[in-house]
Design a binder for this molecule. Structure first.
Ligand code: CFM
Ligand code: HCA
Length: 546
């Protein structure tokens, strides 16, 4: 592999971009940076812009971000995909969010796929009638307390009005004396440049139609919502256990292991803790403005970050009793962490990683690698925005960036009337100034070495070149990248689904991760990954010349 220096990274960028037509190279060069300036001088990166047609992006669509990501982990809402069957089928149980229905009678619709299965006839004559019939049928079969409808690309193109259908059907069922909430999402796949627009659409609708509709208050001295934690591989279970042991009550999680009622009473919490800022900052902002609930950024990926986050929550409430309890739980967990690190670190120290994932993990997982003594050579998000790279002090996420042609940033909450602050602006400002980093959201770039590459919306060609030139010890991304990377003889770890592993959150999760990565980067199997023609080049000659 090439040595990692500022020069080798800069020349790599030049070589990669040279292969593109000049106009494409110019655009890509704004999303492909050497992380040479640090702190306040972080270089500017272009993010959340359209992928250039023809490029094989790692990204997904707006429907995936809305239906799969935000609403996917909630178990008792019937989620109906209005679209061709493929959209429902490919978002059916592919994300590894888990759920634990609390009683034998509580509903769990996650194993089902509901779709209107649109076909040519519906495209020509309209699909609204079919959607209404699907809602009636789903109600008759499952009697859920809530139903959500998701628009796919063709729905937007032919003009079916999913919101009107939701309103009509809610009325129809309510008129029959049935207590049900039905709402829709205009989350057509093409609506934004990535999954990210889908998060925003999902957040707006859940806030408008669900949050605040129940006044049930959960008992507890310290009551928080955990925002942006989706329980992949059971991460939320680990966090729930940690919080429970500290005496902290989780009022609602958005949306790992959650229910409709959790969302409905979310406005009764004392504090919002944001795990994945990218996908859920909208809900935190809206709850702060409407209900005066402050938010803090937390991160339970990595032991150091977990400890910092637990202390930050205790610090917010300020009680000595809570602070002592948090310290006690940390002390209980640390011996196992220390033992695991003592075991694996001699084998992982000095190894290298590359991380290209969604909108927060490419940053959060660098902490775990750092704890193992490993360096991140290159990282990037699929769809994060500039604040996720540079930090929030640099650019507020709600600022409209005219150059980015960013449909999502312009998509402010549709009903400004909803915003009637309970906590005054002065009170919120005082909270901001009392020593917490409420608004100070830390981005990925200041945490990375100057000798590293930061690449937004990486594509297949660039991934191949990165691996060929620098041969990292592990490459982290998603299912589409998995096998092309492994065929180049480099271990690949999925940081979306965790392959079949996890949980990786908290202390127990960190130990899991250390042990899996140790096995992955130290196995000899990758050295045997030579194709026959690589071992016997004469084969090439005999086929080529005979
Ligand atoms: Fe947030 Fe996520 Fe992520 Fe995300 Fe995702 Fe995901 Fe991800 Mo896949 S909400 S941004 S849209 S942490 S599904 S649980 S793994 S791309 S880095
Ligand atoms: C999504 C979901 C996804 C896909 C993961 C992957 C996930 O964006 O639609 O590409 O492997 O985490 O399940 O991000």
């Amino acid at each position: 592999p090439a040595e990692i220096t500022t020069e080798s990274l800069a020349s790599f960028k030049e070589d990669v971009l040279k292969k593109y037509p000049p106009k494409v190279a110019r655009k890509r060069s704004k999303q492909f940076l050497l992380n040479e300036f640090q702190g306040e001088d972080a270089p500017l990166i272009e993010a959340n812009v359209r992928t250039i047609p023809g490029i094989i992006t790692m990204r997904g669509c707006t429907y995936a971000g809305c239906k799969g990501v935000i609403l996917g982990p909630t178990r008792d809402i019937v989620n109906i995909t209005h679209g061709p069957i493929g959209c429902g089928f490919y978002s059916w149980l592919t994300r590894r969010n888990q759920t634990r229905p609390d009683t034998e009678t509580s509903e769990n619709f996650i194993p089902y796929a509901f779709s209107t299965d649109m076909n040519e006839n519906d495209i020509v004559f309209g699909g609204e009638k079919k959607l209404k019939a699907a809602i009636r049928e789903a109600y008759a079969l499952f009697k859920p307390k809530a139903m959500a409808i998701f628009a796919t690309c063709p729905v937007g193109l032919i003009g079916d009005d999913v919101n009107a259908v939701a309103r009509d059907m809610k009325q129809e069922l309510n008129d029959q004396g049935i207590d049900i909430n039905i709402f829709a999402f205009s989350c057509e796949g093409y609506k934004g440049v990535s999954q990210s627009a889908g998060h925003h659409i999902a957040n707006n609708q859940i806030f408008t139609h669900v949050v605040g509709t129940s006044d049930t208050v959960v008992e507890g001295k310290y009551r928080i919502n955990m925002l942006g934690e989706y329980n992949i591989g059971g991460d939320a279970f680990v966090i729930e256990d940690l919080m429970h042991r500290c005496g902290i009550t989780i009022n609602a999680t958005f949306s790992g292991n959650s229910t409709y009622d959790d969302f409905a009473r979310a406005h009764t919490a004392d504090l919002n803790c944001i795990m994945c800022h990218r996908s859920i900052n909208y809900v935190a902002e809206m709850m702060e403005i409407k209900y005066g609930i402050p938010w803090i950024k937390v991160n339970f990926i990595g032991v150091e970050s977990t400890i910092k986050s637990m202390r930050k929550i205790a610090e917010y409430f300020g009680d000595q009793e809570l602070k002592d309890k948090v310290e006690q739980v940390i002390a209980e967990e640390m011996p196992a962490v220390d033992a695991a690190l003592k075991d694996i670190k001699p084998r992982t120290e000095g190894k290298t990683a590359m991380l290209f994932v969604g909108g927060s993990r490419a940053h959060h997982y660098q902490d775990l690698f750092r704890e193992m003594g490993m360096t991140t050579l290159a990282a990037g998000y699929e769809f994060a925005h500039r604040d996720d790279y540079e930090g929030r002090k640099v650019i507020p996420s709600i600022k409209v960036d005219a150059d980015s042609r960013n449909i999502e940033e312009l998509d402010v909450h549709p009903d400004p009337e909803l915003f009637k602050p309970r906590k005054s602006a002065e009170e919120l400002k005082a909270l901001d100034e009392c020593g917490f980093e409420f608004k100070d959201y830390h981005g990925m770039m200041p945490d990375m070495k100057p000798e590293s590459l930061v690449i937004d919306d990486l594509n297949q060609y660039e991934a191949d070149e990165l691996v060929k030139k620098f041969r990292p010890d592990v490459f982290c991304a998603g299912i589409k990248e998995k096998f092309s990377i492994q065929k180049m003889g480099i271990p690949m770890k999925q940081l979306h689904s965790y392959d079949s592993g996890g949980p990786y959150a908290g202390f127990a999760g960190a130990i899991n991760f250390y042990q899996e990565i140790d096995r992955l980067v130290n196995t000899k199997v990758w050295g045997y990954m030579k194709a026959p023609w690589q071992k016997k080049p004469e084969l090439v000659a005999s086929y080529a010349w005979n």
